[in-house]
Design a protein around this ligand. Structure first.
Ligand code: URA
Length: 189
């Protein structure tokens, strides 16, 4: 990790900005290449992530890694992954608006350090927080939004794909489109 990201992670370890800080086992800060051209942002840690301190390491994470690998992305090589909130909400409930708001400055700092050309929002919560509060993920997934010069794409959350495998082919299409965009933007190295 680059020095800035390590420093930010260390500061974040002490965060008690919202009540989720009291119930976490581990902070789930982020993983990947700190100067990646593409960043993936989920909603918040689940049980496995809370235990291990890394985003997307449970069943949904295994599926995410498979989708990423199909289009030659790898969490240890060419992408960065983070969440809207860094601590697990109890019983995996959605993070509350206040919790999201309290945690946003950490994500903003991460985005500033990574400075990605493409941001992929994994699921409704991240898409509504970062792209547009009126996004409907089932209708709008796979669309590309240009926000302040960054290409942003909402995709279905991998946990939704585990609940309904009929959604997989459409999401695979979105990942292919993403890879095409990445290549067209000259980001493949
Ligand atoms: N779901 C998320 O949104 N993020 C994780 O890190 C794990 C599951």
């Amino acid at each position: 990790m680059c020095d800035n990201m390590i420093q930010l992670n260390n500061k974040c370890e002490m965060c008690m900005d919202c009540p989720l800080g009291k119930t976490r086992t581990n902070l789930v800060f982020g993983v990947g290449k700190p100067n990646a051209d593409i960043m993936f942002i989920g909603e918040g840690p689940g049980e496995q992530e809370d235990l291990k301190g890394e985003p997307f390491v449970g069943k949904a994470g295994i599926l995410l890694d498979k989708l990423l690998n199909c289009v030659h992305f790898d969490r240890h090589k060419n992408i960065y992954i983070a969440n809207i909130v860094k601590c697990r909400p109890p019983h995996n409930r959605d993070p509350l608006d206040d919790e999201q708001q309290a945690c946003m400055h950490w994500l903003e700092d991460q985005i500033n350090i990574v400075s990605p050309k493409i941001i992929v929002c994994l699921g409704r919560i991240a898409a509504q927080k970062l792209i547009d509060k009126d996004i409907r993920i089932t209708k709008d997934h796979g669309k590309i939004y240009n926000i302040n010069g960054v290409a942003m794409m909402p995709v279905l959350h991998p946990a939704a794909l585990l609940r309904n495998e009929n959604l997989l082919p459409g999401t695979f299409e979105d990942f292919l489109k993403l890879r095409e965009l990445y290549d067209e933007m000259g980001l493949a190295k």
